[in-house]
Design a binder for this molecule. Structure first.
Ligand code: PGA
Length: 262
């Protein structure tokens, strides 16, 4: 299922946490309970480590919390030790995949890998969250070129019908896990820049279909300010491992969505 553009999207990236399936289930159920049952205009996704996806998916039969994967391998099957395919992820309940996270790029993932992953995920009509971000901000604005290069590489060859499954997460590497966030203005400026490249690569209609998320030290104290810059949701790392903080970010997003619907 794709996410209608009017919904905000809040994704928890648990990275390599928590240590056991029992702890993962406790955390998931704690978040689930805090979200309540009312339908809202915020789509919530949790991306746990691969081995936990199936078990957690069974705890959310109504998909009130959708499950995501933190990566995928672009081949369909075969002799690829240690890798996981998109069909495998779908079969255990994942409906989102994070692609090109800076921590995966730092381990050697290339723009070409990210292009192939994106093609594979969208080709299976699974939601792709493609991450881009600069390692540092220089006064000359060279970081825009970094973002543009990453985007143009990932967005090639996307078909119009696939755009509904695509989100882009702007995650400046200097903001990830550091407690430093981009300002709401920076996030807004980057959203407009990303939309310009998106329109150029995928056509103007893409701008109305593709969500632009922000990630990097999002927490309950800065969520509202960041949303006021006009971004369409968050990719949350550290704070998504604390049920109370993650639920608080989601409730801020819900209030923001309500105030803008009114
Ligand atoms: P952070 O991580 O919220 O802990 O900064 C974000 C991410 O890496 O997706």
């Amino acid at each position: 299922m794709s996410t209608p553009k009017r919904e905000l999207l809040v994704v928890g990236n648990w990275k390599m946490n928590p240590p056991t399936i029992a702890a993962a289930k406790r955390l998931f159920l704690d978040i689930h309970k805090r979200l309540g049952t009312r339908p809202t205009s915020v789509r919530v996704v949790i991306a746990p480590p691969f081995p936990f996806i199936g078990g957690l998916s069974e705890l959310s039969p109504s998909k009130r919390i959708a499950l995501g994967a933190q990566g995928v391998y672009f081949e369909s099957e075969g002799a690829h030790t240690g890798e996981v395919s998109i069909s495998m992820l779908k079969s255990v309940g994942a409906s989102y995949v994070i692609i090109g996270h800076s921590e995966s790029r730092a381990r050697g993932e290339t723009d070409l890998d990210i292009y192939k992953d994106t093609q594979q995920v969208l080709g299976h009509r699974v939601n792709a969250i493609v991450c881009v971000g600069e390692t540092e901000r220089d006064k000359a604005g060279n970081y825009f070129t970094v973002i543009e290069t990453q985007l143009r590489a990932a967005l090639r060859d996307i078909e119009k019908a696939q755009l509904q499954y695509l989100s882009i997460a702007y995650e400046p590497v200097w903001a990830i896990g550091t407690g430093n966030t981009a300002t709401a203005r920076d996030a807004e400026e980057m959203k407009l820049f990303i939309q310009k490249i998106l329109a150029d690569e995928c056509g103007r209609a893409a701008v109305g279909k593709v969500r632009i998320l922000y990630g990097g030290s999002v927490d309950p104290d800065n969520a509202l300010d960041l949303l006021s810059g006009g971004i369409d949701g968050f990719l949350v790392g550290g704070a998504s491992l604390r049920a109370r903080d993650f639920a608080s970010i989601i409730s801020t997003a819900r209030a923001h969505a309500r105030s803008h619907a009114a």
